[in-house]
Every structure is written in C-alpha cells, then in structure tokens.
Design a protein around this ligand. Sequence first.
Ligand SMILES: NC(=O)c1ccc[n+]([C@@H]2O[C@H](COP(=O)([O-])OP(=O)(O)OC[C@H]3O[C@@H](n4cnc5c(N)ncnc54)[C@H](O)[C@@H]3O)[C@@H](O)[C@H]2O)c1
Length: 340
Amino acid sequence: MAKLGVGVLGVGTMGKQHAYNLRHRIPEAQLIAVADTDMQRAKVVAAELEIEHYFNSVEALAERKDIDAIVVVTPAKFHGAAMKVCANAKKDIFCEKPFTLTVEEADEILDLTQKVGARVQVGHVRRYDPPNVRAKQRIEAGEIGDPVIFKSLARDPAPPPVGYMASGVNGMFFQDSTVHEFDLGRWIMNDEISEIHAYGAVLVFPEIAQYNDIDTALLNMKFSRGTLGAVENYMQSGYGYDVRTEIVGSKGTIITGYLQQTAEVVMTAAGSRTDVVDHFLLRFADGYLNQMRDFVQTILADHPTKVDAFDGRQAVAVAAAAERSYREGRAVEVQNRKRP
Ligand SMILES: NC(=O)c1ccc[n+]([C@@H]2O[C@H](COP(=O)([O-])OP(=O)(O)OC[C@H]3O[C@@H](n4cnc5c(N)ncnc54)[C@H](O)[C@@H]3O)[C@@H](O)[C@H]2O)c1
C-alpha cells in the first residue's frame, strides 16, 4: 500500500494528538517527522511516538522528499507563513483553524495554494463529529424539510491560562473559538453567512480585558438565502465542555451534542450524578481522527479536499465581521468571496 509521508509542525496540545493519530491510527499515513520551534518538545514527542526525525522549522520538513503533506498546528499567527513555505515546496497542507488571522492573509494563501496546486484541508473538526455528519446527511435527505434556523452554543469549562492571550500569537475569541460555529453554520446550512451582529463582554475573566479580548459572546446571523442563525460562545461554564447545535427546519428539528461522556448514572440518597465531558480532546476524539484520516485518504486518492482553503477563508471573514460588529455596535456585512 502506498503511504502518505507526513510531517507535523507544532506539537503542543493539538499537534501531539494529530501526530499520535497519524502514527498509530491511520495506517495509510507514515509519520516521517515532527517539528517545533521548541526543539526539545519535538525531540520528546518524536521519542514518544518512536519516530526518527525531529526538527525546529517548517523549512526542514518542506525540504524532505519523503514528506508529501505537512500538518500545520502552530499558533494561528504562524499559519500563513508556514503554509507559504509548504505551498512553495509543493506539499499538500492540513492547517488547523483558524486558517489565518486576517482576511488579507487568507486571500493570499487561498490564491497561492490554488496557483501552485497544493491542496489544503482546514481543521474544522465539527464537520467530522459523527452526530453532525449524520445531521448533515438527514438534512440533505430532506428529513427536516428546508433548514430555517441554525443555533449553536459552545462553552469551555474554564478560560485558558492568561499566557494564551499574553503571547499575542493566538486569535481573539471570535477568530479562535467562535470560528468553529461559523464554519459549522456555513456547512450545515449549505450557505454563506452574509450578515452578523455580535455582542461581546468581559464577564468572568477580567484579566482578559487588558488584551482587548472578551470571554462571552452572543451573535445573530443572516445567511445569504435569508435563513437565520444564533450563536452563544462562553469561556467559563464551570461544569464541562458543552457544545450543542440545533438545526430547525420547515418539517422538524435536529439536535446534536451531548454533555454526559460515559453511560453511567450513580443514584444515591444524595441524588443522581453523571459525569460531564470535560475536554475538547475527549469530546471530539472521533472527529479529530476522522478528519485526519479523510485528509490522508483524500490526498492519496488525488481528490479535492472537503474543507478547503476557500472554506477556511470564508470562516476567517465571518470572524472578522463579528469582531467589527462587536467593536462598532452594529450589524456588519461579511466580506464573502465567490468560490474560485
Ligand atoms: N480544532 C480544535 O478543536 C482545536 C483545538 C485546540 C487547538 N486548535 C488549534 O491548533 C493550533 C495549535 O493550538 P495548541 O492548543 O496545540 O497550541 P500549543 O500552544 O499547545 O502548541 C503550539 C506548538 O507550536 C509550537 N510553535 C510555535 N510557533 C511555531 C512555529 N512558528 N513553528 C513551529 N512550531 C511552533 C509551540 O512551541 C508549541 O509546541 C491553533 O491553531 C489552535 O487554534 C484547534
């Protein structure tokens, strides 16, 4: 069997998971090397995964002939520069969300990758979460008639360490977190978000204010064919990682998402208890594996990717419109592009 040679750039929380899946759970992939500006981290991860090569730059991955595709899992600020190196070396690319931090850079990478013929898949994992996949299939089969309202909520258990914002290398709330909802809405409604009105606030994590970021947001959206959307995003549920979506149609409704991870309920005189999903790596474990497997199989089969640079770019544009709407206190039109 021909295997896809893969290198992973950035082996922090998310990159390590992708590297693990490539090494142990996707037989069509050969994990050739990992790279991280923290060379010690790259060395440790390479040892843990029992692979030979580790480096400290994307260039080192890109110059290897046995690497066909590069998985970019650095903080968002570096996605664009890394993708440029990959594209210019004619490597196919998997890039974590958000695709880039600015619309201008997203356009540049979209155009460059199209020009050189490098395929791109963006890590919008919600599209590979089994309940969402089934919801999409049911909608396409007409089970709920025409979709009319997209509602989604995402609550993290607790804010990230303050260093996450202080570093200045990660996206702000709409870019980093709500972007999942924007992509899911576009995909599940099979439409573009055309207008957005975002409210945001600092309500539970005062340290975030000095970085001009927010911890709580409510957003209303219009899709280009006239359907509507509403999203809640919150950093501190206090109880778990709570992600739920509802698609209301002309003939029915589908709800996806769950809060209880295991099939256990403990009932005593004190009451009834269940566990709660507490981390994204647990909640979306299947999604992360399914999306990476699909990337590897798609590239090997020489097919177009299903969540491509254009999708990444459009979600970045919605996040930019949300940011502007929140700052200016008014509804803002999304700067959408037509699919090239
Ligand atoms: N899809 C999801 O559900 C999901 C979840 C978490 C993170 N992410 C995304 O994954 C990316 C990484 O997030 P994370 O939580 O793993 O961050 P992290 O900070 O845990 O890890 C980032 C790693 O990249 C390394 N790095 C920094 N700059 C680099 C560069 N220029 N070249 C190579 N390596 C570099 C760091 O040393 C670190 O090891 C972000 O884009 C984030 O939005 C996605």
